[in-house]
Design a protein around this ligand. Sequence first.
Ligand code: NAP
Length: 301
Amino acid sequence: MSNVQKYGVFGDPIHHSLSPVMHNAAFSNLGIPAVYEAFLVKPGDLEHAVLKAKDDGFRGLNITIPHKESVLKFDFISPDPFSKMVGAANTLRFLPTGIEAFNTDAMGALLALESENCSTDGKNILVIGAGGASRSISFLFGQRQNPLKIINRTAEKAEKLAAEISGKTGNNVSAGGFSNLLDDVEWADIIIQTTELGMGKYESVSVFDQTESVDSDENLRNNLLKKYLTPNTVVFDIVYNPKETKFLKEARTAGAKTINGTMMLVYQGALAFELWTGQKPDVSVMKDAVLKALDAKQNEK
Ligand code: NAP
């Protein structure tokens, strides 16, 4: 029997995933004989694919869009307390005793902030977006009792998420749409942008384009944003491709401290790696692999 350890990521679509290059770099750096591959798994095939991975001797999997919530529906998977509370997992660990599920996305975001010397304790957190990524991150800061507001294009989704987090954590989480965006921005010490705006087909769009209270003229907009964003405001956009979204560029130009999504990707991966192997990977090796792959994608354009 081969002693090469098997790992992978299941998602749909999956061709864009940077996880294989990132994890394979970390395995190779530590001299661990392992291979990590991306697998296209359609929604109806998830249960079969996970059970097959178990039979094939896989040690670990990452689970990505659209499976992070549905993977917890299988009774043969045991979620850890955080992924159970959130209702979504991005990491599976295969043990002789069974399959465990974890959610390393939120802690990845927290470590990304901390790696930029951004302390989060007691800080006012504004999360923009109410999808899957927001859900994990918002639950984490809700659980840590940060003053927390969630805003989303579809305000009802943000309200539903805030009510769920309030109920489960005892934190009084508020929510809304984008109509008071500037006041919300002014209130926040840390702004975490989790929508798809700024990437793919939305590359030329920023959240500030989605509210009538912000001018479309670049100079007027910059002057306005300077009044609401301070050099102490941290603006974290979890999108990593492009490296600087339109929103992040606007925040930087207005004087805020900005962080992109690269290190969240790296840390959520590093935490999964540690769960699987019991070893801490070198995050700088993982980061270099991700940046190299992103540059290659950029050159393909
Ligand atoms: P998701 O569950 O599909 O949620 C999408 C979010 O984007 C929702 O809040 C949605 O608002 C909003 N949105 C979509 N189109 C919009 C538009 N035209 N205008 C305003 N809002 C819009 O996706 P997700 O899993 O949370 O992922 C979101 C982003 O995070 C993606 O860009 C992903 O690449 C990134 N991400 C990064 C990392 C990392 O490690 N750095 C990890 C996970 C995700 P509505 O509810 O109103 O539709």
